[in-house]
Design a protein around this ligand. Structure first.
Ligand SMILES: NC(=O)c1ccc[n+]([C@@H]2O[C@H](COP(=O)([O-])OP(=O)(O)OC[C@H]3O[C@@H](n4cnc5c(N)ncnc54)[C@H](O)[C@@H]3O)[C@@H](O)[C@H]2O)c1
Length: 474
């Protein structure tokens, strides 16, 4: 589905008309056109600041060094001594920020892991307030906090949560030029796994992710940190359900871009479209309904015989059958519950017996509708919220086996599913977010690929909204 208004306002004539009429002009988002580079931030500046008591700055600098960034600092800032001390330990070269007329570095990372009380929060204000007018389009802001549970005082716990409000509001303020702000809540054990999340949140791969909070902790047993970032899925086998079109097809393509061999599954009626999606990525099509009684069995045996098992399983197949609950038939209820949730549980249960390789990663597709709820979507929202609960409940079980599971909750994404919405709802869905536009299937695929890769080794049991900070369920 085309967003004609977005295209119009991105022409110079359209921009003038929109601005004369006081209408929103959605920014042009920079998305990844190729896979991750070996050092994704090579040739880029990253401005690093910290609060005076920050405890993750060494890990941040080491991660940015691994990503290839040129690190800039603000010598006059209250937390500068902490950054300098960390740089000495990690042997990272620091460069002073440019003058007051210069555009700010396109990546800003603020280590606020030591922030406590209102005085601590003031240091965040001081860094950002004077720089926001000079932000380049598509700037990436990442703030780090300690998880409130790890905080060693009431003041620290208060400020750690205070930062979530700060980042969510900052994201709403800077979205107008395509910039994003996200918060990583890092436990001490998560410091070692920061490079991957920083690669994702500072790059074009997270163009439609803003205003979000993601917890980073320890990795599952046996996980190995990636030595570099390109082709991180080389040699891996990934299953994607509902892969014939829409978001599932994009997931298959982006997983393949990072080196995975993809087994795409879809309903037998979609066999032709599935073949057309799989051919250019040298993938394997499997015409199989996820709700078929033998779906898990057939998938497991296909994986075992052809590849010896799967490394990645993406549960993307999903349908909507909207009706007010008072009018909903049991058939509509059952269909949505069976496809969107029941099939995930059944297939995973079978795959856990055999059909997986060591260190497997699961990614499930939820929806912001499951978080905020929608009138007419009791069936759909029950499944999409259920997916979030499932990922949370399975994470500790899988971690013990060296595996991990996460979920992605899309907002309004331009696909056949949203093309079928009534026009007014569609237009509202597109605009009521910080980036004033709908996402594209690639945005979801990038987040799924992040979770499927070693970049997300420190993330387990979490749900990441990819929604441009949609106000629904916020
Ligand atoms: N498009 C959005 O804005 C949006 C928002 C939130 C969540 N989602 C979720 O993203 C996922 C993909 O959505 P989409 O927009 O690409 O939808 P889509 O309708 O374009 O594609 C869904 C795919 O799943 C397949 N599928 C449906 N039932 C199946 C079954 N029983 N067995 C195997 N395959 C089956 C379909 O044939 C189709 O190829 C869904 O889980 C959906 O709920 C989408």
């Amino acid at each position: 589905m085309l967003d004609r208004y977005l295209d119009f306002t991105q022409s110079s004539f359209g921009k003038q008309v929109a601005s004369a009429l006081g209408l929103p002009t959605p920014p042009r988002l920079e998305r990844a056109e190729v896979g991750y580079a070996t050092m994704p931030l090579a040739g880029k500046k990253a401005l690093v600041a910290a609060d005076a008591s920050a405890t993750a700055t060494g890990a941040v600098l080491a991660a940015l060094q691994q990503l290839g960034a040129t690190v800039q600092v603000v010598p006059g800032h209250a937390g500068f001594a902490a950054v300098k001390a960390a740089a000495l330990n990690t042997a990272v070269e620091l460069h002073s920020e440019g003058g007051e007329t210069e555009v700010i570095a396109p990546v800003i990372v603020f280590d606020a892991t030591g922030v406590a009380g209102t005085k601590g929060l003031k240091q965040v204000y001081e860094l950002f307030q004077s720089r926001l007018r000079r932000l380049a389009p598509n700037t990436r802001v990442v703030v780090l906090a300690r998880a409130a549970a790890d905080a060693n005082s009431v003041e620290a716990a208060t400020a750690a949560i205070g930062l979530t409000g700060f980042v969510r509001s900052l994201a709403k303020e800077i979205g107008k030029n395509g910039s994003t702000a996200n918060l990583l809540q890092v436990s001490k054990a998560g410091d070692a796994w920061l490079a991957g999340p920083l690669a994702f949140f500072t790059g074009p791969n997270s163009a439609y992710v803003t205003g979000q909070v993601l917890a980073v902790g320890d990795a599952p047993k046996g996980a190995v940190a990636p030595a570099h970032f390109n082709q991180s899925l080389a040699g891996k086998v990934a299953v994607v359900t509902g892969a014939a079109r829409g978001i599932g097809a994009a997931i298959a393509q982006i997983l393949a871009r990072e080196g995975a061999t993809v087994v795409g599954m879809d309903r037998p009626a979609e066999e032709g479209a599935l073949g057309a999606t799989m051919a250019p990525i040298n993938g394997v099509g499997l015409a199989l309904d996820v709700t078929a009684p033998d779906a898990g069995e057939r998938l497991a045996s296909e994986l075992k015989t052809r590849f010896g098992g799967a490394d990645i399983v993406v549960h993307n197949a999903g349908v909507t059958r909207d009706k007010m609950l008072r009018n909903m038939t049991p058939q509509l209820w059952d269909m949505v519950l069976d496809i969107n949730l029941g099939a995930i549980l059944n297939i995973n249960e079978r795959l856990m017996q055999s059909g997986l390789k060591p260190g497997a990663r699961f990614v499930c597709i939820s929806s912001i509708g499951g978080i905020g709820g929608n009138a007419g979507q009791t069936n759909y929202a029950a499944t999409k919220a259920g997916v979030i609960g499932y990922a949370e409940a399975m994470a500790p079980i899988l971690a013990k086996k060296g595996m991990a599971i996460n979920a992605v909750a899309p907002g309004f994404i331009e696909t056949q599913m949203t093309a079928m919405m009534p026009a007014v709802n569609r237009e509202v869905g597109r605009r009521v977010n910080s980036l004033a536009q709908g996402g594209v299937p690639q945005d979801i695929a990038e987040a799924v690929t992040f979770f499927a890769s070693p970049l997300a080794n420190g993330v387990n049991g979490r749900t990441l909204r990819v929604c441009g900070q949609n106000w629904l369920g916020a």
